[in-house]
Write a protein that binds this ligand. Structure first.
Ligand code: GTP
Ligand code: MG
Length: 203
């Protein structure tokens, strides 16, 4: 998919105040620092459309970006960032879960996980929560450039095997790097297909 425009629209912590255009929407979620905002920039070929940081907890709100004037990409705060106060953490969780429960435009979520790590409890718990709430999702492995071409497939295989201890099947997944742009075309092509289905169904 060619990106002809990518515009920041609004940030907020209240799902009721998110844009009410009926465009198909995709949300990036995952642990703090996993690379959600960086991947949004890489997909859009923009340096700082979404704000990134080496320190976890950078994205604190629901951020809507309007792409090609007909779909939304949403950058969400990370979960599992222990350094925020308990009450702030709770607020994050509530408005994030409200977002997923109430956002009817949402076509699917992308759960980002660092390809270097084994499945983390919090990621598995969040995926389970999505499934329980009937939110379709895909997995995106991030930071593929941090592993050698030899070790990367081993890590993915290991992740799959561990996931299959809890899941009947592995959700569809993408392997990406914001630095090398590996996997970016695949993610965009996939969103393009989902957009086409979305618009076909509402005709
Ligand atoms: P929060 O907003 O805090 O939840 O974090 P985030 O998931 O949005 O992460 P962000 O995109 O801000 O990136 C966190 C750090 O990881 C930054 O220092 C990025 O430069 C780095 N990073 C993100 N993606 C990649 C990648 O693909 N490769 C490498 N090498 N570094 C990455
Ligand atoms: Mg972020």
């Amino acid at each position: 998919m060619k990106i002809s425009s990518a515009d920041f629209i609004i940030s907020n912590s209240d799902v009721a105040k998110c844009p009410n255009n009926p465009f198909p929407e995709y949300a990036f979620i995952g642990r703090s620092n996993v690379g959600k905002s960086s991947l949004i920039n890489a997909l859009m070929s923009r340096k700082s459309l979404a704000k990134t940081s080496g320190r976890p907890g950078k994205t604190q709100l629901i951020n809507h970006f309007l792409i090609n004037k007909n779909w939304f990409l949403v950058d969400l705060p990370g979960y599992g960032y222990a350094r925020t106060s308990k009450s702030t953490k709770k607020t994050f969780q509530k408005f994030i879960t409200n977002y997923f429960k109430q956002r009817t435009q949402l076509v699917s979520a992308f759960v980002l996980v660092d390809c270097r790590h084994e499945p983390q409890k919090i990621d598995l718990a969040f995926m389970e929560w999505l499934a329980t709430n009937s939110v379709p999702f895909f997995i995106i492995f991030t930071k593929a450039d941090k592993l050698t071409p030899n070790t990367l497939p081993k890590h993915i295989e290991n992740y799959k095997n561990k996931m299959l201890e809890f899941w009947e099947e592995m959700p569809p997944y993408f392997i990406t790097s914001s630095s090398s742009k590996q996997g970016c075309d695949e993610v965009l092509t996939h969103i393009d297909q989902l957009n086409q289905e979305f618009y076909k169904n509402i005709k």
